[in-house]
Design a protein around this ligand. Structure first.
Ligand code: AMP
Ligand code: MG
Length: 488
């Protein structure tokens, strides 16, 4: 955070706006461990001051870092169009504890709030909380969520709702948008401070290279490619892949109208306001590449310190060209693992792609299918009944199952061993929309038990867990009809 602690053009010191009569809505004991908050018997912080701290009502004087809460300036491209300055319009960084930045989202107005009220509603805060922790449970890099603190304070969205603050943790919340901001202001020194900070703290291997900034670009791009591949492998759609929502550490951040797919649709759009489908599931990989192009052009002045302009551009262009292969490598590795394949053969790609096409045509539940596939009997080429039953054109899927079985035989796959491995990468539980919605509706009636229950399940998404089948099953037609509002 050191680079942020100077200069009026990049940050704004601002205290959170107090949240009236706060109460606990959700708390993650596992995230609390990251910053070593001692917990009491109820698995909430033993010291009641934490409720006030996480509501934004009190600055904890024990931690030096808490003395100057800040909002940072960043810019960005929204839906492919340069939006100019944005910034933390409702997220306030309290400080850093144990290598984690603690940020309160929905903590009130900042200099960057523009037309917004600086608040977040209960509904979207619960969604961010659950999804951050679910992502972590899945092993996918993400900001963490510490708590949701609610209040009866009214907040106007499509209807009147109530306010909440979601406290989140990450080693850094630096975004591509921070680079774009300094580049737009033509502040090369700031760009350099930003890049140096990232290298020193998170990408130290880049320093030993003769062109550390080029290496930094490559490293961010590789992490981002890998991150998207991981989203694709669990059917996750982020919803708003604007450059201001893209972490420079390759973390999933800024949960808004995200969604895990139930029925697999390759062009699934989870964000109601994304009318052109820019951020549809199948576009996420190329959109991340586009975002990396924005990063490359923002970082160009850094390379121009040591190279003529044309060389700097050429170096970045060729580094950017590494993205598709980097993404393809991650995607293939992950999908091979989902199929339980130990070896890599060229035909695997068409095997995987054909499966995805059949699943798309039959609108098969993505998570349920892959989980059940682990029970495939490769000795008798017999698919698990529950997986086969998901399809309507049996001849097509039977063909595929047969080819899959032969592929498994070709590498002498051992069913029992493969099943164990497949169950470590095909989750049984994901944050399905209807599950989140159910927890939200109960919370709106002041019953927060379903959030804790979901949290406990989603922390161990690959494990079999007792009495939880309804959390693993595909949604019914009635569940699918659940409308999720995108305003937050
Ligand atoms: P998002 O797409 O939610 O990541 O937000 C895009 C930009 O709008 C960021 O600069 C946010 O800080 C800002 N923003 C979103 N909602 C609000 C709000 N209620 N009040 C102030 N700023 C907001
Ligand atoms: Mg954002």
């Amino acid at each position: 955070m050191a680079f942020l602690l100077q200069g009026d053009d990049v940050l704004h010191q601002v205290n959170p706006t107090p949240l009236p009569d706060p109460y606990w809505v959700a708390f993650s004991p596992s995230a609390a461990k990251l910053i070593q908050i001692p917990l009491g018997l109820t698995q909430l912080p033993a010291d009641p001051k934490w409720l006030e701290v996480l509501a934004g009502n009190r600055l904890d004087l024990e931690y030096k870092a808490f003395h100057h809460p800040i909002a940072t300036a960043y810019s960005g491209h929204q839906f492919g169009i340069w939006a100019g300055q944005l910034g933390d319009g409702r997220a306030i960084l309290l400080g850093e504890i144990n290598g984690q930045e603690l940020q309160l989202k929905g903590a009130g107005k900042t200099r960057y709030s523009r037309m917004g009220d600086g608040r977040a509603v209960l509904r979207s805060s619960i969604r961010e909380f659950l999804c951050s922790e679910a992502m972590h449970g899945l092993g996918i890099p993400s900001s963490r969520a510490l708590a949701v603190v609610g209040s009866n304070q009214a907040v106007r969205r499509e209807t009147i709702e109530t306010a909440a603050v979601c406290s989140r943790l990450a080693p850094s919340f630096i975004r591509i948008g921070h680079f774009e901001h300094y580049a737009a202001l033509q502040k090369v020194e700031r760009l350099q401070e930003l890049a140096d900070y990232l290298i020193d703290h998170f990408y130290p291997a880049c320093r030993v290279n003769e062109d550390p900034y080029l290496e930094l670009f490559k490293a961010i791009s590789a992490r981002s490619a890998d991150l998207v591949a991981q989203w694709q492998a669990v059917g996750f759609c982020h919803g708003v892949l604007n450059t201001d929502n893209i972490s420079a550490l390759g973390l999933t951040i800024d949960y808004g109208p995200f969604g895990f797919m139930d029925q697999f649709q390759i062009d699934h759009i989870c964000n109601h306001s994304d009318t052109s489908g820019r951020y549809a599931y199948h576009r996420q990989p190329q959109i991340m590449h586009w975002n990396m192009a924005c990063l490359a052009s923002a970082m160009c002045p850094l390379l121009e310190i040591n190279h003529p302009s044309e060389t700097a551009q050429a170096l970045l262009r060729s580094a950017l060209e590494e993205y598709p292969q980097s993404y393809a490598d991650s995607w293939q590795r992950l999908f091979r693992a989902k199929l339980g394949l130990k070896t890599a053969k060229e035909d695997d790609i068409s095997l995987i792609e054909r499966l995805l096409q059949i699943m798309h045509d039959a609108k098969v539940d993505f998570t349920f299918f892959f989980r059940k596939l682990a029970e495939y009997d490769s000795i008798h080429l017999k698919p698990p009944q529950e997986a086969r039953d998901l399809f309507n054109h049996l001849a097509v899927i039977d063909d595929w199952f047969r080819e899959y079985g032969l592929r498994l035989q070709s590498e002498n796959s051992v069913d029992a061993e493969r099943k164990i491995l497949m169950n470590t990468c095909n989750p049984k539980f994901i944050l399905r929309n209807h599950l989140a919605q159910h927890a939200i509706e109960k919370a709106q009636q002041q019953d927060f038990s379903e959030i804790s229950k979901l949290l406990a399940i989603l922390e161990r998404p690959y494990d079999e867990q007792e009495h939880t089948e309804i959390y693993a099953n595909p949604p019914t037609a009635e569940h699918r009809a659940v409308e999720v509002s995108c305003s937050s």
